[in-house]
Design a binder for this molecule. Structure first.
Ligand code: ATP
Length: 364
């Protein structure tokens, strides 16, 4: 296993910059997810680790060694692709053993090793089948087995679960989590699915427009998103964001928006500076930190019921405010609510997030 380092890595295609001056380090044995919307540069970053793309500038190191211009086959990396990339004319045994074949291992040895890995992945009984004769989940495990059959310094995954149905996807996610913690492998995993990143990663690098906007543990990213972009991208349903006007009085902060007045919040120099600059602030509230309250209670926000979605253990209650913006609450209740009914949602001040005019988190 080995660490991976990006040092001021930029990748341009013509005059378009896909990855822009990215620097970060992935520790030995870490599972790092590159998370972000389509086109933000995740796959390009992964392909640069693999050696399938060369940085325009900057350096990539694996295990402290500069590999920026090293051929892919000399990097000791394994990659699992979104479409599995299995050889259709080879049975599972030959597909899985392929990396050992190209490295010159004898037939008996490579088939024994392939069977060992396949057994761990619970596909050992399918070794004679062709890829077309097994299910999508089994194909996914076959591509995983092929990646694991030969010891690598770093394992790279490019959205490997995206072709599976919802149930298989959850099962495979749990399996990958177990496997990585069990093997202690260094893994870099590209996804645009925030739940997958939260479940798998030791650290998440959230990317936007070719840059890393936050690099931290899943819980840190969830609890203290660095920007409104991260707050909105991580969490399902996402964090509610409300534009507010802030005023300062008696050393305390007061926030006002349609249907919302919040007073008695602690001031800080950063908030003071944002207010002095006339910036609009953004208030963030996670859906699970909202609850239904009586009208007129303190720290509440009101609107009319837009939707009430029963999810089984909980309901997602969405209200629409007078300015047509919506807030969603995750509520554990069976109460009946009628569309258009006035609903008041309450929140505790300690669960609020505050962002400045540029969308950057204002520390509490
Ligand atoms: P997705 O989730 O859709 O795969 P991504 O975050 O992985 O997106 P990349 O595939 O890294 O994004 O692409 C980043 C940007 O670079 C995109 O705008 C893409 O169109 C562009 N790009 C990627 N490869 C090339 C290429 N070979 N030539 C030109 N532009 C490219």
């Amino acid at each position: 296993m080995a660490s991976v380092d990006f040092r001021n890595v930029t990748k341009s295609f013509g005059n378009f910059t896909a990855v822009s001056d990215v620097s970060f380090s992935i520790g030995d044995g870490e599972f790092v997810c590159l998370l972000g919307p389509s086109g933000c540069g995740k796959t390009t970053s992964l392909r640069m680790i693999a050696g399938l793309e060369t940085p325009t500038s900057g350096q990539i190191q694996i295990g402290g060694e500069d590999v920026t211009h090293l051929h892919p086959k000399d990097r000791q990396i394994s990659m699992v692709f979104q479409d599995y990339a299995l050889y259709p004319h080879m049975n599972l045994a030959d597909n899985i053993a392929y990396p050992l074949k190209v490295r010159g291992e004898a037939v008996a040895r490579r088939h024994a090793r392939a069977k060992e890995v396949a057994d761990v992945l619970k596909i050992g009984h399918l070794m004679d089948r062709l890829p077309s004769q097994i299910s999508g989940g089994q194909q996914q495990r076959t591509s995983l087995a092929r990646a694991l059959v030969y010891p690598s310094k770093v394992y790279l995954f490019d959205e490997p679960l995206s072709n599976l149905d919802a149930k298989l996807r959850l099962e495979a996610r749990g399996f990958l989590n177990h496997l990585q913690r069990d093997m202690g492998m260094t893994a870099v995993y590209v996804t645009h699915d925030q739940a997958e990143a939260m479940a798998l990663a030791t650290r998440i690098a959230v990317m936007d427009q070719g840059r890393i906007v936050q690099y931290a543990s899943p819980i840190e990213i969830y609890r203290r998103p660095a920007t409104t972009f991260v707050a909105n991208f991580v969490g399902n349903p996402p964090m509610n964001l409300v534009e507010v006007t802030g005023t300062q009085g008696d050393g305390q902060l007061r926030l006002v928006a349609g249907g919302l007045t919040l007073g008695g919040l602690p001031m800080s120099d950063t908030i003071g500076a944002a207010l002095a600059a006339g910036e609009k602030l953004t208030l963030g509230i996670r859906p699970e930190h909202l609850s239904i309250a009586e009208p007129g209670a303190a720290n509440t926000i009101t609107g009319t019921l837009f939707a009430n979605e029963n999810m089984g253990p909980e309901s997602l209650v969405t209200i629409e405010r007078a300015d047509a913006t919506r807030l969603t609450a995750r509520i554990f209740t069976d109460d009946h609510l009628d569309l258009g009914e006035t609903v008041t949602l309450a929140f505790a001040a300690e669960h609020l997030h505050l962002f400045d005019g540029a969308g950057k988190r204002i520390p509490a």
